[in-house]
Design a binder for this molecule. Structure first.
Ligand code: PSU
Ligand code: MN
Length: 311
């Protein structure tokens, strides 16, 4: 007998469903960077630019978010606009998804929840800006992003520009190592620091082209030895990074602001991102946008290479 159809399931956009059905390349995209990471109304424009960038590589973009409790993979323009411009959209990590679904709320998905949803529907590649990680005072606050746990258990490639220096970068790298997450530098041996091309810390493996990365994904899938995500660290070219002196000053002020304004928990990351955007006269927004678009492009090329190697 067929099991009863559950009330909760993941809804695929028409072009995403078609692409997944035929084995065509698809790239997952998160929505928290739009709703909680970038200022309005630029966030909506960037959301559309990311999708265009993925399409230009020959892959289908699948922006993921929750609308009225329904988890949607491949938002249409109206849904994207709703999540980008509406107040009260929840920042939904993995643990929030059951509540957001049951209460029929709107939610923007983080790296953690986007990766989980994408892997559940069979999307092998995901593009974002920066990962969440271990916060600077984690030894007393225990504040470590749920992104780390999700990456540890989710077999998906995540293209990012490392993590922001708002975090404890070496501790984040140690956590990624402990939890079995593969880290590959794209044409670099240095872990990028998001706004800065080099965080100051090395990484052990590098790849020179999307085909090499697709091979690593294939190996992870076929071997099934319990490795987690494959993080592809894609640094910004040095001549495009944020001015390091400006970066250091704004970071110091932002960290002091956390204490002054008693910001904790899931509000910490959005607070620091907003502080950067407000304090650099648009420079951090320009850099942030470049990072996301470059990651979307590389993710598209990896997805195309991976789909091509499947036969
Ligand atoms: N880091 C960034 N930009 C972002 C985020 C992190 O440089 O927009 C967002 C991502 O959605 C990430 C989330 O998954 O913040 C992590 O939040 P937290 O630190 O609360 O786990
Ligand atoms: Mn946290």
């Amino acid at each position: 007998m067929e099991p009863p159809l559950g009330r909760y399931r993941i809804r695929l956009g028409a072009d995403v469903a078609e692409a997944l059905g035929t084995g065509a390349p698809v790239v997952a995209l998160e929505s928290t960077i739009l709703s909680h990471g970038l200022p309005r109304p630029r966030n909506l424009e960037v959301g559309a630019e990311i999708e265009r960038t993925v399409r230009a590589t020959g892959a289908v973009p699948a922006t993921i978010g929750v609308l009225g409790g329904e988890i949607c993979v491949g938002l249409d323009a109206k849904q994207l606009e709703h999540l980008a411009l509406t107040d009260g959209v929840a920042k939904a990590s993995v643990r929030d998804l059951p509540v957001v679904a049951a209460k029929r709320l709107d939610g923007a998905t983080t790296v953690a929840s986007t990766a989980a949803i994408a892997a559940a529907v069979g999307i092998p590649v995901f593009a974002t800006g920066g990962l969440g990680g271990v916060h600077r005072d984690a030894s007393t606050t225990f504040d470590e992003s749920a992104d780390l746990g999700a990456l540890a258990r989710t077999p998906i490639a995540v293209v990012c520009a490392g993590v922001k220096s708002i975090l404890d970068v070496p501790a984040t790298l140690e956590r990624l190592e402990s939890s079995g997450v593969t880290v590959l530098g794209y044409r670099t041996d240095r872990f990028p620091g998001f706004y800065l091309s080099d965080s100051g810390y090395p990484i052990g493996w590098r790849a020179e082209n999307p085909e090499e990365i697709a091979d690593v994904l294939r190996a992870a899938r076929e071997l099934k030895l319990g490795s987690g995500a494959v993080v592809v660290a894609n640094p910004l070219p040095v001549d495009e990074q944020l001015d390091p002196a400006l970066h250091d000053r704004v970071l110091r002020e932002g960290l002091a602001g956390l204490e002054r304004d008693h910001v904790t928990g899931k509000d910490v990351t959005p607070y620091l991102l907003a502080h950067f955007h407000a304090s650099t006269e648009g420079a951090s927004l320009t850099v942030n946008t470049r990072i996301i678009l470059r990651n979307a492009e590389l993710a598209g090329r990896i997805a195309v290479a991976f789909a091509g190697s499947r036969t």
